[in-house]
Design a protein around this ligand. Structure first.
Ligand code: NAI
Length: 733
């Protein structure tokens, strides 16, 4: 067998694209075995091109297998670091055209080509597989196939938008592209993304060999996979002009409904995938490259790429304790709304859980909730749910907690009760056990103040519903030790959440930033704006729901309590008009009681027309425009976020802590992802513009809008960055 590295004569050999020729079959191995992601770098492309020169010039070759260099590997597509810095459409188009050119050469090879997938085969990696005649995958958990580009604000641009609709039919291809789907092997087979799945028995190495052997069989013509055919109806919808028009119109309407028109990539994907079907491949690829290039430079794509790096980094950051956490057993104290949700999340990640509540009814409700959640939320089959539930025990006394590595307390929000309970826990557990509280408002140092080992007490603040919400604030007191922080954050990571470490200021990070926004919605109501005007202003900005709807979801009793804490902690800038408290006192608690700002007959709820009279609100706003209303809501959050950054609430002010605030605002408040988080938004708008707008609002509405010192300082002189500390100050108020 002849083995060679396709080599650039002017540089060191690239060991990550290896061509092996054995008789009439060639194997191209991608990546190096110790690589976490196999990405397509310019250098790798060059080596790939040289390998193709050799393949094209070998007329005796009958087949080519493209495979990762070892078990668990294939190709993750373009290096996102390389696209993140591109700001020029012509450069972006050049990059896309080069990738397309490479894959078009694969597609044009005379020999039979097979992509053999035993790892991530996504984005450009899957577009490479699409350029092959066949795609097969090992049935192992590392395999995922699909096109996630839309999540980065772009479209598949290495041929995916052109080839996938031809392979699957337009409706099915758009479903994959618009949702950015990545599927495991078996589901990939069902969807038609792969043609055959190779069952793997024994070790990973054996599985890899079996995959390679099957691919060689196909490449040499000894076996032909049975491809999923496009159904007759789908063919009509794909290969006739009128069918495509129908599919495109439906997809565009759906895209508009789900994105509110904020994301340019999805409609462009519909346009390219649809038009490409009526064109030859080469001009269709050119259209695809142009669309990709124009999307790469959009602010929406830059924001989504920024978020991609933040989430990717969050996943890696606490990996070192992952093994320790994997073995851990956890207790959850309190089986109410939060405790039951936290217990379900823990079980879904394989953690053994002891759930304790004094109240037998709460225990019963929690058990039913967890069972329901495993089935509905986590989509467990009955067998899997049963084995998960075997890891749950439920007890009625705190004394049953004795051999766990962490307790997460989620009982009533009262300091004296929590202090007493933490005293009991400290006496029941070894000093190494972490004692975490899910408190949403109480200082961790107060909860720990009577304990002899306060360094292991920490806040682990989940959001409601705990199974769904992706953020966990890890709240440290001034004495919480690094191990407890790392352990708690690693556990949150294991649950698939994004942990953000914050200081124990009132409201922590997320509720502190949200509070002035929620208060401002109430002020606007008092100024005569309608519920619809106010919520629409926020949704138009890109928030997932308006502030008044959010208050209804949180519960007006809870919201009024938090508002009280925030205004007594931060003073007049967080004061709120008494509307929420008044509605709560009338038993209108929001969605849970069927009435709040909205009335809930159906799922959506409608603004309550009686509210104006009930709260004695003016009929119309006395002044102000929709833009001003939006500024009132959004800039009140920006102002507070900048204060949090400069005070070091998410860590010493630096690029990384600003990123943590971005992550927390997107994952905890739903802050428009296409704006990249609140600091990213502030950075894009610029300190001077924000200052001018806040000063205008201050004139109109008073001290609530007094610009933070950090905004003034950054706007002064040359205008500083919101990702850097203010010169000459480490933290400021
Ligand atoms: P909940 O009232 O639904 O549940 C509390 C449970 O704790 C009850 O079942 C009660 O029987 C039990 N309990 C009380 N004292 C106990 C003790 N000494 N030992 C064992 N069990 C005891 O309350 P929820 O909403 O679940 O809140 C729990 C904690 O989570 C609070 O600290 C709250 O501030 C916090 N939180 C609540 C959020 C929410 O949206 N509900 C969001 C984030 C945090």
């Amino acid at each position: 067998m002849e083995t060679e590295t396709a080599q650039n004569p002017e540089s060191k050999p690239d060991q990550s694209v290896i061509l092996e020729v054995s008789g009439q079959t060639a194997i191209l191995r991608l990546g190096t075995p110790n690589e976490r992601y196999v990405t397509i770098t310019p250098r790798r492309m060059e080596t790939f091109e040289q390998a193709l020169d050799k393949i094209e010039s070998n007329p005796s070759l009958q087949g080519l297998v493209i495979i990762g260099s070892g078990p668990g590997l294939f190709c993750n597509g373009a290096d996102i670091n390389q696209i993140s810095g591109v700001t020029d459409v012509a450069i972006a188009k050049g990059l896309a055209s080069r990738g397309q050119g490479l894959f078009q050469r694969v597609a044009s090879l005379k020999c039979t080509t097979v992509a053999a997938v035993s790892g991530a085969c996504v984005g450009g990696g899957y577009e490479l597989a699409l350029a092959c005649d066949y795609r097969i995958a090992a049935n192992i958990s590392e395999v995922k196939v699909g096109l996630p580009e839309i999540k980065l604000g772009i479209i598949p641009g290495f041929g995916g938008s052109v080839r996938l609709p031809r392979l699957l039919g337009l409706p099915a291809a758009l479903d994959i592209i618009l949702k950015g789907r990545m599927l495991p092997a078996k589901r990939g087979l069902k969807a038609g993304l792969v043609d055959e799945v190779v069952e793997v028995e024994g070790s990973a190495d054996k599985g890899y060999s079996a995959l390679e052997a099957k691919a060689c069989e196909i490449a040499s013509g000894r076996h032909t996979p049975r491809r999923k055919p496009i159904a007759f109806g789908e063919k009509i919808l794909t290969f006739t002009g009128i069918g495509r028009k129908m599919v495109a119109n439906k997809a565009l309407a759906q895209v508009h409904k789900t994105t509110g028109g904020h994301y340019p990539a999805p409609p462009r994907a519909v346009e390219v995938a649809t038009k490409a079907l009526s064109m030859n491949v080469v001009p269709a690829l050119d259209m695809e490259a142009q669309a990709l290039a124009e999307l790469i430079v959009t602010p929406e794509s830059k924001s989504l790429v920024h978020l991609f790096f933040l989430t990717d980094e969050a996943g890696k950051r606490w990996k070192s304790l992952q093994d320790e956490v994997s073995q851990a057993k956890a207790a959850v104290l309190g089986a109410g709304t939060m405790g039951a949700g936290i217990a379900a999340s823990l079980l879904s990640s394989g953690v053994e859980v002891l759930l304790v509540d004094l109240d037998s009814k709460a225990r019963e409700r929690a058990e039913a909730h967890i069972e329901d959640s495993l089935g509905k939320r986590f989509k467990y089959e009955p067998d899997k749910a049963k084995s998960s539930l075997a890891k749950l025990s439920i007890e009625g006394t705190i004394d049953s907690i004795n051999d766990v590595e962490i307790v997460i307390e989620a009982i009533v929000e009262k300091l004296d009760v929590k202090k007493r309970v933490f005293g009991q826990l400290a006496s029941l557990l070894p000093d190494t056990a972490v004692l975490a509280s899910n408190t949403s408002s109480l200082p961790i140092s107060e909860i720990a103040s009577d304990l002899s080992h306060p360094e292991r007490v920490i806040g682990m603040h989940f959001f409601n519903p705990a199974e769904k919400m992706p953020l966990v604030e890890i709240v440290r007191s001034s004495v919480t030790d690094q191990r407890s922080i790392a352990f708690t954050a690693a556990l949150a990571s294991k649950l698939g959440k994004y942990p953000v470490v914050v200081e124990e200021v009132p409201g922590f990070l997320v509720n502190r930033i949200l509070s002035p926004y929620l208060a401002e919605a109430a002020w606007a109501l008092g100024d005569g704006y309608s519920i619809t005007d106010i919520d629409k202003a926020a949704v138009r900005f890109g928030m997932p729901m308006g502030p008044l709807r959010l208050l209804d979801e949180v519960g007006l009793d809870v919201a009024a309590h938090v508002a009280e804490i925030m205004s007594s902690s931060y003073g007049s800038r967080m004061e709120t008009p008494p509307f929420t408290a008044k509605l709560a006192s009338l038993g209108r608690l929001g969605r849970k009681s069927g009435k709040g700002f909205y009335v809930y007959n159906g799922k959506e709820g409608t603004p309550d027309s009686e509210l104006s009279q009930l709260l004695e609100l003016p009929d119309h706003p006395t002044a102000g425009s929709p833009a001003e209303l939006q500024d009132r809501l959004i800039l009140s959050m920006v102002n507070e976020a900048v204060r949090c950054f400069d005070e070091g609430v998410a860590g010493t002010p630096c690029r990384e802590s600003a990123g943590q605030i971005d992550l927390a605002t997107v994952m905890g408040t739903g802050f428009a992802p296409f704006r990249g988080g609140i600091m990213h938004y502030a950075e894009r708008v610029g300190a001077r513009d924000i200052l001018t707008r806040l000063e205008r609002l201050e004139k109109q509405h008073g001290f609530r809008f007094t610009p933070a010192m950090g905004i003034k300082a950054r706007a002064a002189g040359s205008g500083g960055s919101f990702y850097e500390p203010i010169e000459g100050s480490s933290t400021m108020q």
